[in-house]
Design a protein around this ligand. Sequence first.
Ligand code: 0RA
Length: 641
Amino acid sequence: MVADTSRQKYDAEQIQVLEGLEPVRKRPGMYIGSTGPRGLHHLVYEVVDNSVDEALAGYCKNISITIQKDNSIMVEDDGRGMPVDTHPKLGIPAVEVIHTVLHAGGKFGGGGYKVSGGLHGVGASVVNALSEHMEVEIKRNGNIYRQTYSRGKTMSKLEIVGESKKTGSKTMFRPDPEIFDELEYDYDTLEHRLREMAFLNKGVRITLRDEREGRKKKEEFYYEGGIREFVKHQNELKDPIHNTIIYFEGKRGDDAEVEIAMQYTMRFNETVFSYANNINTVEGGAHLTGFRAALTRVFNDYARKGNMLKEKYWEDESLTGEDVREGLTAIISVKMAEPQFEGQTKAKLGNSDMRGFVETCTNTNLMAFLEENPKQADEILKKIINAARGRIAARKARDTTRKSLMEGGTLPGKLADCSEKDPSISEIFLVEGDSAGGSAKMGRDRKRQAILPLRGKILNVEKASEDKMISSEEIKNMITAFGCNFGSNFEEEKLRYHKIIIMTDADVDGAHIRTLLLTFFFRHMTPLIQNGYVYIAQPPLYRVKKGKDIHYTYSEKEQECLLKELGDGKFDIQRYKGLGEMDAEQLWDTTMDWNNRTLIQVTLDDMAAADETFTMLMGDKVPPRRKFIEDNAKYVKNLDI
Ligand code: 0RA
């Protein structure tokens, strides 16, 4: 049986449709960001987003995602089933339009607004364009319908293949090896995003299954409390200072809604994540601005009303934004019609009306919470006023430090700067130890490479207040050398090097120093990591000399291969324990020379996950850290202790 279409019209429209998706195959990056792992995973989110929309419209409760044996993906939901009736203009079934016409998805909104998929938001047709095989199965009208596609084309007409009393949509796709560099799905990446989706859309049950050989697994994400449970999850290791997670929501007509959950902890850093239509707005935007403005205002009003700011200096001081955000964990989630995403990475919400909307909602509800929960309010205010006192008391010292850091123009004595002034072609190596620092200074390209030696373990900023942080010599040196200030004063345009390269020994201490550095960057210079300025150098593990030939290898595997390749002979093999064992020339040849070296770029896909990991690794709770190390130990092949 074949669903109705008029043959002639079908052919004509099909040609138009084919042309429609060709650009997606020509420039996949424009539609899904990249053809690397990110783009590959993005395909899953595009399909899941459609099911989440169906859930938010109130018609679907369960969504399941399966990584199948061959790395193809199946997404199934129990919604109404995609529409199968003939599209009035195109004369083909609506489901076919959804899969073969670019940006067709939104036009089928069955009431309400389409919430998901803002960042690329390109829908099922793009997934089709970039898959070698795609298949949908729809339960609807008592029937089971099926249609197949490939590389943007329709492969079979919509057919009825069975009967069912249920409703729902099932989509299967196998990404196209002609398009993607790698076809292997990463369970943890999908797990993180799907868990986040479940937090952001309370009551939606999302199940993830892995059916690949040797890694069968199933997890269910279902959060009745939604973002309340997100905050609870995020604060598990952070010592909250009050019990109740503050939660409120607001609606504006039927075109916008906001939900906020927040809780204060003993920590010093702020963990506020904002979302618009389930997209993590890493660059913030109107909703975040509104929230922040309300926060500062409410706490100042509450504190003054309660006579909490009594000391003399409060006469001309107020609680600042930084004070009221210290130790705060919060999720701000807005859902709205026609979100506008702006900014460098299209991750900033532009709709300016959301500022007032979120601000008003926060003003009213947060004040109400404080008034109704005086005990918890007191705990929070104590923390905030303490933060303010610390800030005011330390301001003088900090101003002096900042001045000398930022305006004095005197670079640290230990820095061997490069002569190049254009940051985009300048790089700085952060080198473990003075001796390796010395070799690096001698071996470098003086024009474009600066060297900053770091002595020993740098401060663990996860456990230190800002004042303590900027009194640390090594941290001060980095701030001055980079030139871009830190925290809320961070200025990317002032960054003096566009490559910041961490060069530490290939042992446990080296790994520790690297983690300490990354913690500092992540907490106080986040855009450095977000925008890809931070790299990790890869010094060699072995030097193999055979006659006059010298080879360097960077992993045990490479070393094995090399020895096999070289065959017999009596070699001179040196295993490097640390950078200090290399002389200037060796360090240049193996690790610093653009032509030979390998750098690993540090990237940040998921702020929430990164926050969790840093909190756990660098904080003071031992059991979860031990568990993490045990869980990950299997990935460590050569642990040099
Ligand atoms: C628009 C209208 C209708 C269903 C859907 C969209 C729909 C789309 C997807 C994509 C994945 N799962 C889905 N479930 C439903 C039908 C409207 C009606 O029944 O009147």
